[in-house]
Ligand binder design. Sequence first.
Ligand code: ZN
Length: 232
Amino acid sequence: MHPNIEELLALQSDDNRISDIEKKIAALAPRLKELDSVRQKAADAVQRSESTIESEQQRQRDISARVELHKKQQERNLAQLDSIKKMKEATAAMSQVETTRRLVAEDESELAAMGRRTETMRADVERARAALTAAEEEQASAREEIASEQGTLEAELKEARGERTGKAANVDRSLLGKYDRIRSRRDNALYPLRGPSCGNCDTAIPLQRRNVMAADGTIEVCEGCGVLLYPG
Ligand SMILES: [Zn+2]
């Protein structure tokens, strides 16, 4: 066998090993993505429950501020009432006192209801946070496993690439260029002749070219599929 053929076959075997490892590394991504999506759902639920309670608390603060204003207003109303002598003015002032009293009562009753709702919301936040923590704890070992597999594969890949570089240095430059170009389009670039035909696509190779290949151990490009052919 022509020495270049042996070297090229060794290179092809390294390349197959490298692409196997790369496929295994790529296969880890969807596993991580699935874990991330489960965790994200739990984190989103926490976010939603927190923002619900935050907007409720903001409304609570707004209403409390309004109650304070109305109470101060009521103090002024009552003070005014004391100084009023005319009946008509007293009736209007009494009506103002009554309106303010009703507004304060409505707001205070709303605040009480909000207080009860906030308790429920707080429980929702706690539940969502606990679910997130549980999801993270549940995922810890799966994530560790993926990280360790990834580490092992990366190390294997580095080693395989190093070996490949060493072997590529032994292959004739122009042949290596052809091989790399073909390899960039397909998994295997190098096939043996199978009888009188291409070992990949079965296109018949003219007898004369086969004779030259057999005599010189040269590598030819298949006109049918474009792979490199060597005498088998
Ligand atoms: Zn072919």
